[in-house]
Design a protein around this ligand. Structure first.
Ligand code: 5GP
Length: 207
């Protein structure tokens, strides 16, 4: 058997309430060569230190909705009162080229991607829900981030409770705790998922 069978990229959806460290987990495994983080579009304002094109593409509401009309978005949803969405151009070519794509998106966006009938998406998709260890812990982490106002933190906590009801829709559940342990578990999931037979590209039939 070939040791380097050509394979499709893995499409990894990672969801979970804000403050569970899911963005950090995704970013850490994305080297930009074999794995890329899908930079989303949003209509929310940048937080201090966030860079346009690296953290998000920060768009006006008009620009965002025009892109939706032109069919440029793979999925999109309103989260915490703002629009968020993934550009198709960040997904399909990468998967065909064998590059893994990580999408840090909410439960509504995840449902849209799961409902997608595209053969490539169906073969490549996997999903992980990152759970906070408890709501008290989540509140502490969100407050500790100190980039959001008290009202925003409260809104995010309320939304977190609604979001948490969806954990069963995901193949994997990662209860976050200590950072090194979370990373190790996240990587273990990816290592197994990368061996899925559905990822073996056409023409990779070595037998
Ligand atoms: P934040 O404003 O904290 O960066 O993100 C808020 C929420 O929006 C997070 O749960 C994040 O996963 C979600 N989100 C970020 N980008 C997208 C996207 O492109 N699509 C959807 N559906 N949700 C997103």
């Amino acid at each position: 058997m070939h040791s380097h069978q050509p394979r499709l990229g893995l499409l990894v959806i990672v969801s979970g309430p804000s403050g569970t460290g899911k963005t950090t987990l995704c970013r850490q495994v994305c080297d930009g060569v074999r794995a890329v983080f899908s930079v989303s579009c949003t209509t929310r304002a940048p937080r201090p230190g966030e860079v346009d094109g690296r953290d998000y593409f920060f768009l006006s509401e008009d620009d965002f909705l025009a892109r939706v009309d032109r069919g440029e978005l793979f999925e999109h949803a309103r989260v915490h009162g703002r629009w968020y969405g993934t550009l198709k151009s960040h997904v399909f070519d990468n998967l065909r080229r064998g590059v893994d794509v990580f999408m840090d998106i909410d439960v509504q966006g995840a449902a849209q991607v799961r409902a997608c009938q595209d053969e490539l998406v169906r073969r490549c998709l996997t999903d992980i829900f990152v759970m906070p260890p408890g709501i008290g812990e989540l509140r502490a982490r969100l407050l500790g981030r100190a980039t959001d106002s008290a009202e925003v933190v409260e809104l995010r906590l309320r939304n977190a409770e609604a979001e948490l009801r969806h954990w069963r829709e995901y193949r994997y559940n990662l209860v976050s705790g200590e950072r090194p342990r979370d990373e190790a578990r996240f990587k273990a999931i990816l290592e197994a998922e990368r061996m899925r037979s559905s990822l073996v590209a056409c023409g990779g039939d070595a037998w």
